[in-house]
Write a protein that binds this ligand. Structure first.
Ligand SMILES: [Mg+2]
Length: 212
């Protein structure tokens, strides 16, 4: 019987290592915040709201609840509604950048996204969104996962600060994608400010060299 530990002795030194880049959806590929506000104002025209540039902190519900008690449930009614996730607009340059990144030799790109608990529409619509904006072949590149620390990759581009989970030592470096809600945070964490100034290419170049 083969020793269980035998696979640890395999020689991986000649294997080509591709850079595995994980890209979050909401707040990185899709403009969740802007679309939320649009739909919130539409559904609750008499309620106070928070402009996107005044959003502070990751959780929309928390900031709205502080603004007026009872608004938190009205917030979740927006993203739990049918067609919300389907119709979120693309963040400028995001789809082009992801596609171009995937074209780079030695780079594999995956979409790494956490569905909301009320998954009825969200799960299906996230797939539909990817198919609609990125094409059918990208359906094989979706990782739907609540705990991103369990996912293997070299870098994770995500707008959520302080990503944690069961794995205390995730394989990826978290690159914080700048959104209003995290723009006031100054913890020195490496950021990607946008998809349009080309800086993502330097980031990928740098990480490609690291894994080569
Ligand atoms: Mg996000």
């Amino acid at each position: 019987m083969a020793h269980r530990g035998a696979h640890f002795q395999r020689d991986y030194s000649k294997r080509q290592v591709n850079l595995r880049a994980l890209i979050d959806m909401d707040g990185v590929l899709c403009d969740f915040e802007a679309y939320f506000l649009e739909k919130f104002k539409e559904k609750y025209p008499d309620e106070p709201f928070i402009a996107v540039e005044d959003r502070d902190g990751f959780y929309i519900r928390d900031q709205y609840e502080k603004l007026k008690p009872g608004l938190n449930d009205k917030c979740s009614s927006i993203w739990n509604a049918k067609a919300f996730f389907l119709n979120i607009p693309v963040i400028p340059g995001a789809v082009e950048a992801a596609k171009e990144m995937q074209e780079i030799e030695g780079v594999d790109v995956f979409i790494c996204t956490s569905p909301v608990k009320a998954y009825k529409h969200c799960l299906k619509e996230k797939y539909q969104w990817v198919e609609k904006h990125m094409g059918k072949q990208w359906l094989d590149r979706i990782l739907l996962v609540k705990d991103k620390t369990m996912v293997n990759g070299h870098l994770l581009i995500d707008d959520r600060p302080g990503i944690s989970g069961l794995n205390p030592y995730p394989s990826w470096d978290h690159i914080l994608f700048t959104q209003s809600h995290n723009s006031r945070m100054k913890n020195g964490q490496r950021r990607l400010e946008n998809w349009t100034d080309g800086s993502w290419k330097d980031l990928i170049d740098e990480y490609k060299k690291r894994v080569a």
